[in-house]
Design a protein around this ligand. Structure first.
Ligand code: ATP
Ligand code: MG
Length: 504
């Protein structure tokens, strides 16, 4: 370990040291001092100071300073103290650090041990930034839920995909609510080989995500009409609980069904209601629109819960209330299965675009939001855990966000979103927020229960195929230009005319 400077000031959580001019450090480097064992900290900022030059120095004086090779600058590094290293863990430190204490760059073996866990507990998600040190997160630390927060395009879905890959390797059952069909390719690797047979895509007849057999077998998410009660039907038809006359009519239809109690029976009975039929006609169109979802079997927990199974619910293109209804239906059955211990293994629920499913109270309630809040508050008692993903940290129910005890935060430049992030958890400091705008795609701050101390990590590559990446404008425009050229090609023009006019 080489000494890189000496402490010149220290107070509880911070210290500053003057840097040996022969040494080079960067923001976010880890440094150590020794007092009753190793105390580790992270360089938050580096300041250059001079006795002769300051903000009032004019151009001429500065030029003389340079021409005379005067260099009296001193680098002062400000460090956030993270804690005492005890048995490869980081504990709160209460030691005084004296002025003059030597400072060292932390040893990479020590860092490797701090950022790893034993194999059964660790999910390997990337490398410590600017280094070759592996960073894992602790699966036990996920018991109190995780939030993945970042602006659009920063790498949220990529990161969630990496965590899902690691979770299913460990035998976890994972459910993904996927409003943009971003995860449907996860059965395959980049080179189109099968990654994991246990990846299932459930698609409703109304889903609009564009993919075919390349994702493997696609299962249709179905509901047996007879499994629906009046409340469910009102949910599907977007009939609010407080609209007593419409809910009354739905009850009437239910009471009067005499046939198979299926979709056709429901519609026929509705038609026989005369005046009331006209009142509810508009709403019945909702049912008609989705009638493809009704079948003689409801997709149930045996389809989507199984050890190591990844079940992706493609909700792309669905009206908001329908996406809400289907998502609620799945989460509700999962919650019940966990609550009653019918399925005894851990389940993770990944909620993409979580602001849509769990908006803040003042923006209205959703059925899925209610169940997600329940999972956030009590899920860990029954072994059901959340991975909440959003680019709008201010537009999601704040209770759910604050129940997430671990955070993965990627690039965020918008101050309002940064503020929402800082308010969402005690473990997020101003220091972390200051770093968010300078992160590149795929670089993330990890903080909270699933790591022993905060770090910036470059998330590893995906083993599975990702969907939903940005369209490649350049190559599409190249194709567009080729098309223009071929339209203007005299031979092609002649051919087209021939087709249109025949041989005149
Ligand atoms: N760690 C990474 N390594 C390599 N590529 C990455 C990484 N993270 C993200 N990318 C790439 O960056 C692009 C955007 O990533 P991603 O779709 O995950 O962003 P997002 O935050 O989910 O965006 P959106 O808000 O639009 O859903 C994708 O093409 C993805 O493959
Ligand atoms: Mg995404």
């Amino acid at each position: 370990m080489s000494e890189i400077g000496y402490v010149i000031s220290s107070s509880g959580d911070d210290l500053s040291f003057v840097l040996n001019p022969g040494e080079n450090v960067r923001r976010w480097d880890y440094v150590s001092v020794f007092n009753n064992g190793e105390i580790i900290g992270r360089i938050i900022s580096i300041e250059s100071r001079s006795q002769l030059v300051d903000l009032n120095t004019d151009y001429k004086s500065m030029k003389r300073y340079i021409e005379n090779n005067i260099n009296d600058s001193t680098n002062i590094c400000h460090v956030q103290i993270l804690g005492h290293v005890v048995n490869d863990n980081v504990r709160n430190s209460r030691e005084i650090i004296n002025i003059g204490t030597p400072v060292y760059l932390s040893n990479s073996d020590t860092l490797s041990r701090i950022f790893s866990f034993n194999d059964e507990e660790s999910l390997k998600i990337g490398k410590l930034m600017d280094s070759n040190i592996d960073v894992s997160i602790n699966i036990n630390g996920l018991r109190r839920h995780v939030a993945i927060l970042a602006q659009t395009g920063a790498g949220k879905s990529h990161t969630a995909g990496v965590i899902i890959e690691e979770l299913i390797k460990k035998g976890v059952s994972v459910i993904v609510l996927d409003p943009h069909a971003d995860y449907v390719f996860m059965k395959k690797t980049h080179d189109d080989k099968i990654y994991n047979e246990n990846v299932m895509v459930f698609r409703t007849p109304m889903s609009t995500g564009r993919y075919g057999s390349e994702v493997g077998i696609v299962n249709t998410f179905t509901i047996r009409f007879q499994d629906l009660n009046q409340e469910d039907l009102c949910g599907i038809m977007d009939i609010n609980e407080s609209w007593a006359n419409l809910t009354g009519i739905v009850n009437d239809i239910f009471d009067n069904m005499k046939g198979q109690h299926d979709y056709d029976d429901f519609m026929e009975t509705a038609k026989s209601l005369g005046e009331n039929y006209n009142k509810i006609r508009n709403r019945l169109r909702y049912l008609e629109k989705i009638k493809g979802v009704f079948s003689n079997k409801s997709t149930g927990i045996n389809d989507y819960l199984s050890p190591g199974r990844l079940s992706i619910l493609d909700l792309s293109g669905l009206d908001e209330y329908l996406a809400d209804y289907f998502a609620w239906r799945i989460l509700n059955t999962v919650y019940d299965a966990k609550f009653s211990n019918d399925f005894k293994y851990p389940v993770f629920v990944v909620v993409e675009e979580a602001h849509r499913f769990v908006p803040p109270r003042e923006r209205g309630r959703t059925k899925t939001g209610e169940i997600i809040k329940k999972i956030a508050a009590e899920g860990r008692k029954f072994g059901i855990f959340l991975i909440v993903i959003t680019q709008r940290p201010g537009k999601i129910d704040q209770d759910v966000l604050s129940q997430c005890n671990s955070q993965i935060i990627l690039r965020i430049t918008n101050p309002a979103d940064q503020n929402a992030v800082i308010n969402s958890s005690e473990s997020i400091t101003e220091y972390i927020i200051e770093d968010l705008p300078s992160l590149d795609i795929g670089e993330a701050v990890l903080t909270g229960e699933f790591v022993k101390m905060p770090c910036i990590v470059k998330i590893r590559n995906r083993e599975t195929r990702a969907g939903g990446s940005d369209i490649d404008i350049i190559s599409l425009l190249r194709m567009a230009r080729d098309e223009i050229d071929s339209m203007n090609d005299p031979r092609k023009i002649k051919e087209r005319n021939k087709k249109l006019l025949g041989d005149l």
